[in-house]
Design a binder for this molecule. Structure first.
Ligand SMILES: NC(=O)c1ccc[n+]([C@@H]2O[C@H](COP(=O)([O-])OP(=O)(O)OC[C@H]3O[C@@H](n4cnc5c(N)ncnc54)[C@H](O)[C@@H]3O)[C@@H](O)[C@H]2O)c1
Length: 309
């Protein structure tokens, strides 16, 4: 196996250099890595350099690794030239399944045999994307969230042939790049976080359609309410802290459980395992400190949105 350790990667290829590919390039460059990029758009290189330059102040704010520089970005003459000799490949071409299948086949043929190839796809099954690859065991989804250079989450999804070792390697590599890597237990279209977002959007469409609210109301309901709190308190902690000093057990005993009968036991176990050793009072103090910090930021950068009516 000629794959470097995930924390010893030197050279990364970014194939497809639009919003997402450009964001990835900024992330990798800020970590002090060499990036070789390719995109078929005639103005691809200029646009990529513009994207990286506009992300760079944020990268400096987060802290650059020693040697990190925008000068380490090089433009390749083809997809094959971009991945030739690369330690890691991040593909960010348009979300068009036949296009991605054909592109991954090319990248698989041209990249070093053990190099992990990640697709930024937002929805396709990795098994389908890797269908024409000779080494599908090294193909994963590495699904980021825009702006890629700031949002920590990267969903890592393996297909039927992806090896467990490649899943671990990809998670370790993204972690070394400062990301929060989240491996899914099995593949599913649109993965995890987008499916959650889609559920909210579908309900919003239905409520607007029924005349309960308009789109401004939806925007404000999310960003001033659960969205603000979700950054600190997800569905598990919400139910834990909603139960007062009795925690999640009291919450469920009091308000009931809408899942399949018996599944609440697993939920309660997961909550109590995750925050074992922390009292409800400690958790409330931690929550309030983070929420207050966010309110300070919000006050410094007020909502520029204006209602037309
Ligand atoms: N925009 C988002 O919010 C978002 C978030 C997460 C993941 N993604 C995923 O990232 C990928 C890229 O999305 P984007 O938003 O950057 O799109 P984009 O349109 O900004 O960029 C796509 C780039 O791919 C280039 N391209 C076209 N054909 C190509 C080919 N054959 N090979 C290589 N590059 C090619 C285009 O010239 C363009 O620069 C998609 O898979 C998308 O689902 C997007």
């Amino acid at each position: 196996m000629s794959r470097p350790e995930s924390n010893a990667v030197r050279e990364v290829a970014c194939v497809g250099a639009g919003t997402v590919g450009g964001g990835w390039a900024a992330v990798f460059l800020a970590r002090g890595l060499d990036v070789r990029a390719w995109d078929p758009a005639p103005d691809g290189e200029a646009k990529l350099r513009e994207t990286v330059a506009s992300a760079w102040p944020a990268m400096e704010h987060l802290g650059l690794a020693p040697g990190a520089s925008q000068d380490r970005l090089r433009w390749a003459a083809s997809a094959e030239a971009a991945v030739d000799g690369a330690d890691f490949v991040q593909e960010s071409a348009p979300d068009d399944e036949p296009l991605k299948v054909a592109l991954l086949e090319r990248l698989d043929a041209a990249a070093p045999r053990d190099t992990v190839i990640a697709s930024s796809s937002s929805k396709f099954l990795p098994s389908r994307l890797a269908a024409r690859c000779k080494s599908p065991e090294r193909v994963v989804i590495g699904h980021p969230f825009v702006p890629v250079y700031l949002v920590p989450l990267v969903e890592v999804v393996g297909g039927e042939h992806t090896s467990a070792e490649v899943m671990r390697w990809a998670c370790d590599f993204y972690t070394a790049c400062g990301k929060k890597a989240l491996p899914l237990k099995r593949e599913i279209e649109a993965y995890l976080a987008n499916r959650l977002q889609q559920a909210v959007l579908a309900e919003a469409m239905s409520l607007v359609e029924k005349g309960v609210c308009d789109w401004d109301d939806v925007e404000e309901a999310v960003t001033y309410g659960p969205g603000y709190r979700w950054a600190v308190v997800g569905p598990m902690l919400h139910r834990h802290l909603g139960g007062g000093r009795g925690g999640v057990r009291h919450m469920i005993a009091h308000f009931g459980w809408k899942g399949p009968p018996g599944s609440e036991v697993e939920f309660i176990d997961a909550v109590e395992r995750r925050w074992s050793g922390m009292s409800i009072a400690d958790l409330e103090r931690w929550r309030d400190a983070r929420l207050l910090g966010m309110l300070d930021v919000f006050a410094s950068y007020p909502d520029p949105g204006k209602r037309s009516g």
